[in-house]
Ligand binder design. Sequence first.
Ligand code: ADP
Ligand code: MG
Length: 344
Amino acid sequence: MNDPVLHIDSLSVDYGYDDNAVHALRDVSLTLHAGEVLGLAGESGCGKSTLAYAATRLLPPPGVITGGEVTFTSTRDDRSLNLLRASDSELRASRWDDTAIVFQGAMNSLNPVYRVGRQLTDMIATHRPKTSRARSRARAVELMDMVGISPDRLDDYPHQLSGGMRQRVMIAMALALEPQVVIMDEPTTALDVVMQRQIVEQIMELRARAGFSVIFITHDMSLLVELADRIAIMYAGRIVEDAPARDIYSAPRHPYTEGLLSSFPPLHGPRRKLGGIPGSPPDLQALPSGCAFAPRCPVAFDACGHERPDLTATVFGDDEPRRRVACLHHRRPLEDLPAHLRRQ
Ligand code: ADP
Ligand code: MG
């Protein structure tokens, strides 16, 4: 496997303090490797955006990082940066340049009073002060072209563009400085299905050309199964399963992963019975003591109510060295596993 480019180690985040703290992220460890598309999925409220913000030090108050490390390691030189300890100036230099993020709802974050071309050239000028105006403009034209928008539109104000176009401008902005890591938080969720598909195809094509690594966040499993190399599933602020996309799809090991997959119609392959997951995610202020999914889990047994499973590779051993799962079922002898979780 390729070298790690972004390594998140035991990251924990609370919103608020003490008894009122919402434990939005608990002990999350995740590695993005060079060239990889890592999908991050889970129901709304499970902590996906919190992870994106905290890992890039953009977490707004009352969010507090209570523990962990995030390390960016350049694949172009031997630079490495501890993002949670970096100074403000180190962070400013690294942001957009090393790691760029397209926020959830980013299409609304363009400044309404400036033409989109100016917003692109201003950001290039800020990070590359030696770039001439003409060169920045040429780069803006190139970027618009890359995301499939006619460069004439550079002179438009944001309100003159459709939602899909504004979203693509934000993607262009994220790619402007050729970052090594691009984090996209639900980049297509607000768009119609045709536009979603177009944008996803464009992102994948750009990645093939420019070679950046991607963390693609979405609650839409069917989208991830198609575009991700690896998928991490989050539940109640923790990663519960992390495996190559095809393994997640063909043989989910965590009952929650299974439930998520059955909530979305597959785009290809055999049809699944659509079921969804009954019940709702737990209150993050008052989490159950054992597995957070236990109250909704169709296969929970006694221990699940009081013992919290770690995220480790166990019974899969050498056969599935790249898979991690946090489920007590998988600590039991294989023959005790419910048949559908044992499936190869
Ligand atoms: P996702 O992106 O997966 O939908 P978020 O990261 O936005 O989830 O939120 C994770 C949890 O943190 C949610 O349960 C949410 O209620 C809580 N949360 C998010 N922002 C705040 C905030 N500003 N104050 C308190 N709780 C918050
Ligand atoms: Mg979110």
